[in-house]
Design a binder for this molecule. Structure first.
Ligand code: UDP
Length: 409
């Protein structure tokens, strides 16, 4: 992937000074380090979002970094999405066929890995077996897991484990996610972060935001609830619709926007999208938007910023960049108490956490924030401060560079 250049200085406006200074020092010490980041999709979902920003920043700091995206056939992505779901706890059948598809695709991608690197970071399970097929003695290999692997379905864990052998480091977002078999290895724990320079997170003038909402038929003067997510069962979009309808019964006039992106490695997204659209077509107060129909960075920005409340009803969540994105815009979030979401917000600081399956609690908290705009304002402001300190991409890159330094010393 080719990325537009950035400079570290352009982050000063948004980021704590000590983070910038430490990044510059780390960059000087690691100047010229040859790094490859490898993942399964160039767009859609949090990992590509994170790589787009963190790779550009690592290059700006003086490292020599490539972002490589593996190729795969449709059967491969069916297998890897099932594996992803299995690692998050869904039933998974490890058939010989699935293993063959997984390995053929990984082997082919390993054969295409031509350049020499000091460090290779493999993101998530899809390309995990590259390590086994591209052994290079001088390279340090890191497996970076972005998903919630706290309660994996045993067959999914057994499927993946042999391919995680031989890595020099493992990174998880939370200590709870570390797979039991890796607990005696060198494991680093640090969460992702959002990019304050992305068009998704820059300040947008109110008039522009209103016009964008108008364009999609959303009335800016009426209350708006938004969830931004891939169309994925773990994000419970039908639960969001049920909650929304009960909120509307209590507060007529409220609208819902469900924005979802399609990712190259997520065939399930299309199937779910069809069902959600069918449901929403019956309801003029629900907008369903996607990246294939014009919803891109600026639109997501406008909706997250204009929402009275952002909902993130995740049942499992590796991190949930969307939570920090909303908090950065001072929009209060009502979110499931799951996975990486609990790192980002606390009750009253950015929003409210509720049991992800407790729809009564969701309805209650959403209504509370829609009705009490002063509460929403205070909670939203505290959210932005938390993101500034802990969940910007600069902090993520700092943690990653510290790891690289340790690996190559
Ligand atoms: N996203 C987007 N357009 C959409 C839906 C999602 O750009 O219609 C982005 C969203 O803003 C966020 C990423 O996709 O940056 C989703 O990342 P997250 O960590 O929340 O979830 P994941 O998809 O990785 O499970």
């Amino acid at each position: 992937m080719r990325l537009a250049p950035v400079t570290i200085e352009s982050y000063r406006e948004f980021v704590p000074t000590e983070q910038i200074d430490e990044l510059i020092r780390l960059g000087n010490r690691l100047r010229g380090l040859r790094v490859a980041h490898i993942n399964a999709t160039p767009y859609g979902g949090g990992v590509s979002e994170l790589l787009r920003s963190s790779v550009a920043l690592e290059i700006a700091l003086g490292l020599s970094v490539d972002w490589l995206v593996i190729a795969g056939d449709s059967r491969f992505f069916e297998v890897t999405k099932a594996l992803h779901n299995g690692l998050q706890g869904a039933p998974f059948v490890a058939s010989a066929d699935a293993e063959e598809v997984y390995l053929i695709n990984n082997r082919a991608n390993a054969a295409g890995l031509s350049a020499e690197y000091d460090v290779i970071v493999v993101h998530d399970p899809q390309p995990a077996a590259l390590r086994a097929f591209a052994p290079t003695a001088a390279t340090r290999w890191v497996w970076r897991c972005h998903i919630d692997t706290s309660q994996p379905y045993p067959a999914a864990e057994t499927f993946l484990l042999p391919w995680l052998e031989g890595y020099d480091g493992y990174v998880f977002t939370m200590r709870e996610f570390v797979l039991p078999a890796l607990r005696d290895r060198t494991v680093d724990i640090f969460p992702p972060g959002i990019d304050p320079l992305s068009p998704k997170n820059l300040p947008l003038p109110a008039t522009l935001r209103r016009r964008i909402l108008d364009w999609y038929g959303v009335v800016a003067s009426r209350p708006l609830v938004v969830q931004v997510s891939r169309f994925d069962p773990w994000k419970d979009p039908f639960g969001v619709i049920r909650v929304f309808r009960r909120v509307r019964d209590a507060m007529p006039g409220v609208q819902l926007a469900l924005l979802g992106s399609m990712a190259l490695d997520d065939p399930e997204g299309w199937r779910l999208y069809d069902r959600i659209r069918e449901e929403a077509e019956k309801d003029p107060d629900i907008l369903v938007g996607t990246n294939v129909a014009g919803i891109s960075y600026v639109e997501v920005n406008a909706f997250q910023h204009s929402a009275w409340v952002v909902v993130q009803k995740s049942i499992r969540e590796g991190f949930g960049l969307v939570v920090s994105e909303a908090m950065w815009k001072e929009t209060p979030v009502v979110a499931g108490r799951s996975g990486g979401i609990v790192l980002q917000m606390a009750d009253g600081e950015g929003g409210f956490l509720v049991d992800p399956l407790d729809e009564d609690a969701f309805v209650e908290r959403v209504l509370e924030l829609l009705r009490d705009r002063e509460l929403a304002r205070v909670v939203g402001q505290r959210g932005r401060a938390r993101v500034r300190e802990n969940f910007l991409v600069t902090r993520y890159v700092r943690d990653e560079l510290r790891l690289f330094e340790r690996l190559v010393e």
